[in-house]
Ligand binder design. Structure first.
Ligand code: FAD
Length: 316
């Protein structure tokens, strides 16, 4: 079976859930091989082994780790040219999408972004892809070079499948560092205790309907161990940080469950959440456009509905 590369998303060896999802997708179409950049491979190795990585190509070298995306694309391009994998899967976060684009150019390959599924097709690796800000879902296949596929978080449920995850140190000469942006300082995000939006299985979002009081939204989110999102109206009003904005000019998410409370469902908001697996809306206006795309809708005041829902979840 041909190798399928997965670029590991991690923080100092703490592997993010997206990586387990990508390894699971890789196993469907070939032999998962993890590419690990930076310090902490010893910490990551058991997790990569648990989710089926047969080998781990690891590079912890200041030429790669001290910079943003360009050296990682160069490293991947070197490995692609040497090992000719059947595909490369990269997390579709902002850095990952840029790495994927640079890698596609460097290897003269086709690129698919925002894939939400990866399967083995008759003509090679096939993807289901969310396009035009989530307005359409298409089946796509790369027809040139090595398929470079940026996969949206939460696209697959991680499946454990024990493998050796043998660590193979990589010694490639990286020349692009000086041409890219150098990391001069990094400061950790203030932890909210809630999951990150891009990784969360459940998101509860609030909009202008909260009138600036996110208490009911946060309480319901916490009862479900969910992340909290916001519409741009709520962010522009200064009620919630921009990092929580969902939509065309915010984050694009695909959780298992998305709850929109006091959000009308403008096209720009939909662009960030309409690929969610199950969508629930709470809105006091039965004509609100959000009800066109929901799986379950509650017509009512969020300040009455959400506390009842929270109490039900906490009692169960
Ligand atoms: P509104 O549209 O005002 O809707 C509020 C809803 O709350 C209404 O449906 C109302 O019935 C309901 N409501 C009120 N009170 C209650 C209550 N007590 N209980 C229950 N329901 C209640 N928007 C985004 O969200 N993300 C983006 O990334 C984004 N990018 C944009 C980019 C561009 C270029 C532009 C032009 C716009 C963008 N927008 C974006 C803005 C978007 O067009 C909408 O203005 C915005 O999404 C509206 O937010 P909202 O649904 O919270 O507010």
């Amino acid at each position: 079976m041909a190798d399928v590369f997965v670029l590991v998303d991690h923080a100092n060896g703490v592997v993010r859930k997206t990586t387990a999802e990508l390894l699971t997708l890789a196993a469907r179409v070939g032999n998962p091989v993890a590419i690990f950049v930076g310090p902490g491979v010893e910490k990551a190795q058991p997790v990569l082994a648990r989710f089926g990585a047969t080998r781990v190509f690891a590079m912890d070298n200041a030429d790669v780790t001290g910079y943003l995306v360009a050296p990682q694309a160069e490293l991947l391009a070197g490995l692609v040219k040497k090992f000719r994998p059947a595909a490369v899967l990269i997390p579709a976060n902002p850095a990952g999408k840029e790495i994927a684009a640079r890698l596609a150019i460097k290897t003269d390959s086709g690129l698919i972004t925002d894939a939400v599924d990866v399967v083995a097709g008759d003509g090679g690796v096939e993807t289901t892809q969310s396009v035009f800000a989530g307005s359409y879902t298409v089946t796509a296949r790369v027809t040139k070079g090595t398929p470079i596929i940026a996969v949206k978080p939460n696209s697959a449920a991680p499946v454990e499948s024990a493998a050796a995850a043998q660590v193979v140190p990589v010694n490639l000469t990286i020349t692009e560092g000086g041409k890219g942006a150098k990391i001069t300082e990094s400061s950790p995000r203030v932890a909210s205790g809630r999951p990150e939006l891009n990784e969360a299985a459940i998101i509860v979002s609030g909009g202008r309907g909260t009138a600036g009081d996110f208490g009911a939204v946060e309480a319901f989110a916490d009862s479900l161990s969910a992340a909290v999102g916001a519409s741009r109206a709520a962010v522009d009003a200064g009620w919630y940080p921009h990092t929580a904005q969902i939509g065309q000019t915010g984050k694009q998410v695909s959780p298992q469950l998305y709850v929109a409370a006091g959000i009308s469902g403008a096209i720009q908001h939909r662009a960030g959440m309409q690929t969610s697996k199950t969508i629930v809306a709470v809105n006091k206006d039965p004509e609100a456009p959000i009800f066109e795309l929901v799986d379950f809708g509650v017509v009512g005041d969020l300040f009455s509905v959400l506390p009842q829902a929270t109490a039900q979840v906490e009692a169960s």
